[in-house]
Design a protein around this ligand. Sequence first.
Ligand code: HEM
Ligand SMILES: *[C@@H]1O[C@H](CO)[C@@H](O)[C@H](O)[C@H]1NC(C)=O
Ligand SMILES: *[C@@H]1O[C@H](CO)[C@@H](O)[C@H](O)[C@H]1NC(C)=O
Length: 329
Amino acid sequence: MGSFNFLLLFVGVLCGGSYAQLTHNFYDQTCPSFPNIVRREVKRAIETNIRAGAKLIRFHFHDCFVQGCDGSVLLEDAPGIDSELNGLGNLGIQGLEIVDAIKAAVERECPGVVSCADILAQASKDSVDLQGGPSWRVLYGRRDSRTANKTGADELPSPFENLDQLKKKFEDVGLDTIDLVALSGAHTFGRSKCMFFSDRLSNFSGSGEPDPTLDPTYRQELERACTSPETRVNLDPTTPNTFDKNYFTNLQANRGLLHSDQILFATGEADTIAIVNNLGSREETFFRQFQLSMIKMGNIKPLTGTQGEIRRNCRRVNDLGDEAGHDVM
Ligand code: HEM
Ligand SMILES: *[C@@H]1O[C@H](CO)[C@@H](O)[C@H](O)[C@H]1NC(C)=O
Ligand SMILES: *[C@@H]1O[C@H](CO)[C@@H](O)[C@H](O)[C@H]1NC(C)=O
């Protein structure tokens, strides 16, 4: 390494964000099989339930947006824990049992070593890559929180917010407009309950008319599909289980499912329109940006070093009392 690079590195370590401490080789000595175990378990989960990958990456997103990528989203109600799972933004979230299964497999091999926060980051990469999307090198070394923040979960980005509000919520965690658009591309797979978009189907914002930015044929399909607010429909009507760029080509055709999706393309003069067009033009372009934005999201305020703990059960903090126990599930 030249001395110039070395100086840059040194300055980077001194001034860099807290993510300077996450590394690719964090588990090389303590749990070298961790990536393989997670991949095997994610594969198994997707074979059982095609939505498993979508559920996992959504968990990672909701984890990172509330007090950083620290596994806080996974904690259930307990004395001193007001679970984020009951926050407004986590309405309808599913898949905790998939996280349990991955964690149990990792614990069998390397007990007490790998954090739940790192498992979510790794499982997200595998979920995307196993369903046709890009792969990337995940950074590790996050530790698990001993606290949750339900208020933070109430304030997660909502499908009913406008573009400025969404931009602001991403900016607040250090993500820019390109990250917002690229990461929204995760809506290329998975499902949404009808309650999150049914306001668009008729009398949108009290106008007496459907959302004008919703393709009329697609609207009819959705009306037929939505027999109840709890019904789930595909976020991507074209290739519902494949990770591809169709999320963006759907937006170009006024076939974004959520209002928060379509406004990326339908807000007059918005800078997001050019980004949608760019990411929708070539799969390579979307994939490259998605990797960068996922790494950036995974770097949001992790706990490192001696902060937090390595939870043995992702659903609860380790108590002093059961230190010797083997109580993972
Ligand atoms: C821009 C702000 C975002 C909003 C307002 C939003 C909103 C939503 C909503 C309302 C659902 C349906 C939930 C349900 O019915 O259970 C959903 C599902 C989903 N979201 Fe987002 N989301 C956003 C960003 C993201 C990001 C950044 C990711 C990941 C990188 C993501 C990944 C997913 C996935 C994969 C699903 C499907 C989950 C499943 O099938 O269970 N979303 N999102
Ligand atoms: C919880 O999150 C809210 C909203 O982001 C924030 O205002 C509050 O300070 C947080 N509480 C704690 C104890 O960190
Ligand atoms: C649409 O909503 C507005 C405001 O909520 C209401 O006043 C109006 O009666 C509704 N129109 C129809 C056709 O349902």
